[in-house]
Design a protein around this ligand. Structure first.
Ligand SMILES: [Fe+2]
Ligand SMILES: [Fe+2]
Length: 409
């Protein structure tokens, strides 16, 4: 079945351009255009759309109001906002309303890649219940703007670490958090790193990008005042998992991209817990309680209640943001890696191992996560387990696992 896309912009030339760009996709996509939000809502009332792409600043119903309405009434529709570079500052208020951003002017391939990406990833999860559940939740962050800016910079032809550093430096709160982290035990107390540019030189831009993304996501949830968990503890656990996952990766393969993706996935692997705790605090508290009383595995208990575990919920959200499939898979399946479509060594392997080894009795509810020996044996990795335990012990000695220095607030 063709996917349906609705484009809304009050400027006729933008609609004409989009129409021209998307003509070649007419075999796969049904694209409809309109110049105002009110008509768009009437069109949506007649039939569902898979994606809406809406201009931010429009007379009458503006982009934010329109997407708010879509979020409430058609939660399963993917929401993309477009705006001119000069309007970027207005995007702050959209955190949580749009899934992705599109900056004007854009070229044909940017538009087609963005739409193909969100549509492919929404199929990857292929679970209407999950899509419905996540889309209905109100306290869900959008992809952070600062991260989008960094990705753009690093993809540009004359990308530079200096400019990446300048982008981060525009946000003093983020700069302080990054520097605190880079100078902490997590990174071996590398003292004296005093600018984001220096941090990017020491740790590599991929690591810095992942830290920016996860720090912004965690601060979003800090603001929503989660009571179910100590969010700082989840942050410590996520950092420790990311660090160990990267080392686990490097112990079995020299592929740096895989190690970087394992790091990113490690930082975000429990994102779904935050999403559930911030949006469904009472029900989630009950799930945790049942888990404790019956010594159940948390992911199984969540699946019984929500038809999805925190892994799948986090993975779904990251899919909407366009993160790499390997990161989405690692987050989605970190408690059940054996269900992966392809049983190969991947970031999932490393995040599963790191998460299971760093279980924390204070934080784990119910039965702790366990290593999936069959999965590791299938990959021919079972003999690595003692070595990974040694890596864990080294990280504990270095203070990377029970680090208490970093505070998100
Ligand atoms: Fe988990
Ligand atoms: Fe975890």
């Amino acid at each position: 079945m063709k996917k349906s896309i609705l484009i809304i912009d009050d400027q006729p030339q933008v609609l004409q351009t989009v129409h021209r760009y998307l003509q070649g996709m007419s075999a796969e996509w049904l694209v409809e255009l309109t110049d105002n939000g009110k008509t768009a809502l009437q069109m949506m009332a007649l039939k569902p759309f898979d994606v809406v792409v809406c201009d931010l600043v429009m007379p009458g119903l503006d982009g934010t109001q329109f997407l708010n309405e879509v979020q409430q009434t058609y939660p399963q529709t993917i929401r993309i906002i477009m705006c001119w570079q000069t309007e970027r500052s207005l995007l702050q208020r959209l955190f949580g309303v749009a899934h992705q951003y599109l900056f004007k002017p854009f070229d044909e391939s940017t538009l087609i890649n963005l739409l193909s990406g969100v549509l492919a990833r929404s199929q990857l999860v292929n679970d209407d219940k999950l899509a419905g559940l996540v889309s209905q939740l109100k306290n869900v962050p959008s992809m952070p703007q600062l991260y989008v800016d960094l990705v753009r910079e690093m993809r540009s032809e004359n990308a530079s670490l200096q400019r990446a550093g300048e982008i981060i430096a525009k946000d003093p709160g983020m700069t302080a958090k990054i520097l605190q982290l880079v100078n902490s035990a997590f990174f071996g107390h590398r003292s004296g790193v005093s600018s984001p540019e220096e941090a990017a030189i020491y740790l590599g831009i991929e690591t810095i990008k992942s830290l920016v993304l996860s720090l912004q996501v965690f601060s979003f949830f800090t603001r929503s005042q989660i009571k179910t968990f100590n969010i700082n503890q989840i942050w410590q656990h996520s950092m420790a998992t990311a660090m160990l996952a990267k080392r686990v990766c490097m112990s079995i393969d020299s592929d740096m991209q895989m190690a970087d993706e394992a790091f990113t996935a490690g930082l975000l692997h429990d994102l779904g817990k935050l999403v559930l705790a911030a949006n469904l605090p009472v029900v989630y508290q009950e799930v945790l309680q049942i888990c404790k009383q019956q010594s159940l595995n948390l992911a199984d208990a969540e699946r019984r209640k929500f038809s999805a575990s925190h892994g799948e919920i986090g993975g779904f959200l990251l899919g909407l943001w366009g993160l790499p499939d390997s990161v989405i898979e690692a987050v989605s399946l970190h408690h059940n890696p054996g269900s992966a479509a392809n049983l190969v060594i991947s970031p999932l392997t490393a995040v599963h191992v790191a998460n299971a080894l760093i279980h924390n009795p204070e934080q784990d509810v119910g039965s702790p996560p366990e290593l999936d020996f069959d999965y590791l044996a299938t990959l021919g990795l079972a003999h690595f387990i003692p070595h990974w335990n040694d890596l864990l012990a080294e990280s504990q000695d270095a203070g990377q696992v029970s680090n208490k220095e970093m505070c998100l607030a």
